[in-house]
Design a protein around this ligand. Structure first.
Ligand code: LLP
Length: 430
C-alpha cells in the first residue's frame, strides 16, 4: 500500500496535489511520501516482532535500512525516528546515516572493497559491525584495527551459493558472484578471526540478491547459514548475530507478487527456531520503492508516419536508470487522467542514446504535450542512481508529510554544476 492516489481527478502524494509540486519545483523531480516510508518500515518491523524474532540484545531484531536504496538525509531521518538502523557500503553512507541521526550502534558496513580509510572511519565512529567479504579484507581490517588499538567487531558475509533476484545484475548470492566468503572457507576464517587480538567475530551475514519474489531461495540460503552457525558453535566459537540481508521484492505494477513481510518473517522464524541468535535485516527496496515517484512532464508526442508513437519526457535515463539498466518495469501514470482511448507508445527521454527508453510498446492512457506523468515505485534506486549525464542537472527531491511538503535536495543551478570543476594552469597560458 502507498499514499499516491487519485483525489478529485488528480494524483496526490498524501494530501498534496502533484501539480503543486511540479509548479513550484519544476520537473523532473522525485517525490517521496513520509507516510508510506513509515508504513513500510513499521509493517516489516512489526511482522518480524510478531513472528517472535529477536535482536542481539533480546529486544526487537535490528532493521538496518539499506542506505543505497535511497540515501536522502531526510528519508534516513524519517526512518531513524522509527528506530531504523542503517546498512552502509561506503564512508559516505556511514556519514549520511550518522548525520541523519542513526545511532552508530545500529550501523553495519558491507561491501567487497572497503578502503583502509573507510575502515578506520567506521571503527572510530563506533559502528556496530563490519561485514567482511573476503580473506584479504579480513587481514586489512585487522591491520587497521591494530593500528588504531581498537578491536573490530566483524561478521562474515557468507556466499551461500543460492542465486535469486529480479535480474542477473542484481543477483549476488551465486558462487561466481564477487560477494562474500565461500561456505567452504568460512569456518577456517571465523576461527582465525576469533584468535586475532584485533578482530571480534560476532556472527554471519548473507544477502543473495534484490527484488526477490519467492521465499524458497531465501529459505534455502538461510538454512545453509543456520547450518554454519551450528558448525561454528560446535567448534566452540561464539556466534551471537545472524544478519539475513535484504532483497525482499516489491509489487512493481504488473510484475510477480512478492511474499508479504509477514510470510517472510514467518519463514525466518521457522528456519531460525531454537537457534538463539540475534537477528538483523538489511531491507532497502521494500521500504523505499513504493514510497517515491519520479514526476515528469510530457514534452512532445512524436508520431512517425510509419506508425511509431514516442512520448518524449523531460526526465531521462540519467534521472531513473532502472529501465535502461535492468529492463525494469515502472508503471507510468498521468497526474490528471484524461478520458479517451489508450495508445501504444514508446516512452523516451531527451538523452542522446537509444537506451534512454523507459518503455517500449506500452499501452498508455491518453497523453498530450504538457501533461504531468509519474513513474511509480521509483523511491528506491531512483535518485540514488541518478547522474548528470548529458550535463543535465541532478534531479531534485521533495518529501511530503500530510499536507506539507519540503524540498529535501534542491535542483542545482548550472553555475553550481560548472563551479565544481577546476582548470589546469596550462590552459590559461598563451
Ligand atoms: N544488503 C546488501 C549487502 C545489499 O547489497 C543490498 C542491495 C541490500 C542489503 C538491499 O537490498 P534490497 O532490500 O533493496 O533488495 N540497483 C538495483 C538494486 C541493487 C541492490 C544492491 N544491493 C536496482 O535498481 O534494482
Amino acid at each position: 500500500m502507498n499514499h499516491f492516489e487519485l483525489r478529485d481527478g488528480e494524483l496526490h502524494c498524501e494530501a498534496v496535489p502533484l501539480s503543486q509540486i511540479a509548479k513550484a519545483v519544476g520537473t523532473p523531480v522525485y517525490v517521496y511520501s513520509s507516510a508510506t516510508l513509515e508504513r513500510h518500515f513499521n509493517v516489516l518491523a512489526s511482522a518480524l516482532r510478531e513472528a517472535g524474532l529477536k535482536g542481539e540484545d533480546g529486544g526487537a531484531p535490528l532493521v538496518a535500512y539499506a542506505v543505497k536504496a535511497n540515501p536522502n538525509l531526510s528519508v534516513l531521518a524519517t526512518l531513524a525516528r522509527l528506530g531504523a538502523g542503517a546498512d552502509t557500503v561506503s564512508e559516505g553512507e556511514i556519514r549520511r546515516a550518522l548525520a541523519a541521526g542513526v545511532p552508530a550502534s545500529r550501523i553495519v558496513f558491507s561491501g567487497v572493497g572497503k578502503q583502509a580509510g573507510e575502515i578506520a572511519f567506521a571503527l572510530q565512529s563506533g559502528i556496530s559491525e563490519i561485514n567482511v567479504e573476503s580473506e584479504p579484507e579480513m587481514r586489512l581490517i585487522a591491520r587497521v584495527a591494530g593500528g588504531l588499538g581498537q578491536p573490530a567487531r566483524i561478521a562474515f558475509r557468507v556466499n551461500p551459493d543460492v542465486t535469486a533476484g529480479g535480474h542477473a545484475k542484481i543477483a549476488t548470492g551465486g558462487a561466481d558472484n564477487k560477494f562474500g566468503v565461500s561456505f567452504s572457507e568460512a569456518e577456517r576464517l571465523y576461527a582465525e578471526a576469533a584468535a586475532d587480538p584485533w578482530l571480534r567475530p560476532v556472527g554471519l551475514t548473507c544477502h543473495i540478491g534484490s527484488q526477490i519474489t519467492a521465499l524458497e531461495p531465501m529459505e534455502a540460503a538461510f538454512r545453509r547459514m543456520r547450518e554454519l552457525v551450528e558448525r561454528l558453535r560446535a567448534r566452540g566459537l561464539e556466534v551471537r548475530r545472524l544478519d539475513l540481508g535484504g532483497g525482499l521484492g516489491v509489487p512493481y505494477f504488473n510484475q510477480p507478487e512478492p511474499p508479504s513481510p509477514a510470510d517472510y518473517a514467518e519463514m525466518v522464524a521457522r528456519v531460525t527456531k531454537g537457534l538463539d541468535v540475534g537477528l538483523a535485516f538489511e531491507p532497502g527496496r521494500v521500504i523505499a520503492a513504493n514510497a517515491g515517484i519520479l514526476l515528469a512532464e510530457v514534452l512532445h508526442i512524436h508520431l512517425r508516419p510509419e506508425g511509431r508513437r514516442f512520448v518524449v519526457l523531460d526526465a531521462a535515463m540519467n534521472d531513473l536508470i532502472r529501465p535502461a539498466m535492468y529492463d525494469a518495469y515502472h508503471d507510468l501514470r498521468p497526474v490528471r487522467p484524461r478520458s479517451g482511448p489508450t495508445a501504444i507508445a514508446d516512452v523516451v527521454g531527451p538523452v542522446c542514446e537509444t537506451g534512454d527508453t523507459f518503455t517500449r510498446d506500452r499501452e498508455l492512457p491518453p497523453l498530450e504535450a504538457g501533461d504531468l506523468v509519474a513513474f511509480m515505485s521509483a523511491g528506491a534506486y531512483g535518485a540514488s542512481m541518478s547522474s548528470e549525464y548529458n550535463s543535465r542537472l541532478l534531479v531534485p527531491e521533495v518529501l511530503v508529510r500530510g499536507a506539507e511538503w519540503a524540498v529535501v535536495r534542491p535542483r542545482p543551478t548550472y553555475d553550481d554544476m560548472l563551479a565544481r570543476e577546476t582548470r589546469p594552469p596550462w590552459l590559461d597560458q598563451a
